[in-house]
Design a protein around this ligand. Structure first.
Ligand SMILES: NC(=O)c1ccc[n+]([C@@H]2O[C@H](COP(=O)([O-])OP(=O)(O)OC[C@H]3O[C@@H](n4cnc5c(N)ncnc54)[C@H](O)[C@@H]3O)[C@@H](O)[C@H]2O)c1
Length: 292
């Protein structure tokens, strides 16, 4: 486990999923955490669970610069400074594809997923400088790598988040501020139900269904958990990662290693399919070849 003793962190989107797991992992690693979200009931429950000396909750809509500034200041006032900013809040954004293009949905999606990452990092700089450095971790996605995982606007934003992390790392190195992106795969959270417009309680239940049903989609054989991502974020936030900046880190159970037939021997793959050969027939043909 990473060591975050003596460090203070802001985690956005902290009331649910990856953010919630990150609060738990960061606290277990010794950090004080300012949990920021718009789900106030869950956020306040989080503060009550850990105690305000360890976790403070603030209502913070990441699309609102005043909210972000207030959250950063609350972290500095409550815990004596800021060492870690985890830009994690998000949702699925507009489902509209390119043919349907939805300009308002586009703006709203960019505001949450991309502009907020710029804004929060910008506002955090003076706080990091006051501490002599810091670490920013941004939640990107495997949808930044290739098509097929999320709507187009979301995916373009997540690519932007990954590239932002590299460019910000270059710009902020002189202040000893490291910036890295984590690219989660298929993680069992409420985001899928919430993106379908379900009420939060139902979306939370859907997270459990995703956990049960998503394993077959990836080489690791199970759906990812918020903790899988939180552990990577905690490592990147820690001094053990002091040589790591500008990086993009896939945490996806191998989902992007290649097409299914590359990791599932029961999948024939496009070539065998085109030839009308089953995996069993292909195996028998290979055995015959080897036997000479
Ligand atoms: N679950 C996945 O499979 C997956 C994969 C790749 C990337 N991600 C990314 O991980 C991050 C966390 O998502 P999650 O899967 O834990 O989903 P989640 O729905 O469980 O958590 C997202 C949190 O962000 C909060 N949020 C949404 N809009 C906000 C705003 N304007 N201001 C403040 N908080 C806001 C929500 O209230 C919620 O608590 C997101 O950026 C998401 O895009 C998730």
């Amino acid at each position: 486990m990473a060591d975050l003793s003596g460090k203070t962190a802001i985690i956005t989107g902290a009331a649910s999923g990856i953010g919630l797991a990150s609060v738990e992992v960061f606290v277990a690693a010794g950090a004080k955490v300012l949990a920021a979200d718009i789900q106030d009931e869950k956020g306040k429950a989080l503060e009550a669970r850990f105690g305000a000396d360890t976790v403070r909750y603030v209502h913070c809509d990441v699309t609102n610069a005043d909210d972000l500034e207030a959250a950063l200041q609350t972290c500095a006032d409550s815990f004596g400074g800021l060492d870690i900013l985890f830009n994690n809040a998000g949702h699925g954004g507009t489902p509209a594809n390119l043919e349907e293009f939805d300009p308002d949905g586009f703006d709203a999606t960019v505001a949450v997923l991309l502009k907020s990452v710029f804004q929060a990092t910008h506002l955090a700089i003076p706080h990091f400088k006051a501490r002599g450095g810091g670490s920013v971790i941004n939640t990107s996605s495997i949808s930044a790598v290739c098509a097929g995982y999320a709507p187009i606007v979301y995916s373009v934003c997540k690519k932007g988040v990954a590239h932002f992390s590299k460019l910000a790392a270059a710009e902020l190195a002189k202040h000893q501020i490291r910036v890295n992106a984590v690219l989660p795969g298929f993680i069992a959270t409420s985001i899928f139900g919430a993106s379908l417009g379900l009420p939060r309680a139902q979306a939370d239940q859907m997270a459990e269904l995703v956990a049960q049903g998503g394993g077959a989609m990836q080489p690791a054989g199970r759906t990812g958990t918020g903790k899988d991502i939180a552990e990577m974020a905690a490592f990147l936030a820690s001094d053990a990662a002091s040589f790591i900046t500008g990086g993009e880190f896939l945490v996806d159970g191998g989902m992007t290693v290649g097409p299914r037939h590359s990791w599932d021997e029961n999948d024939a793959g496009p070539l065998l399919n085109a030839l009308g050969i089953t995996p069993e027939q292909a195996e028998a043909m290979q055995a015959a070849m080897k036997a000479g």
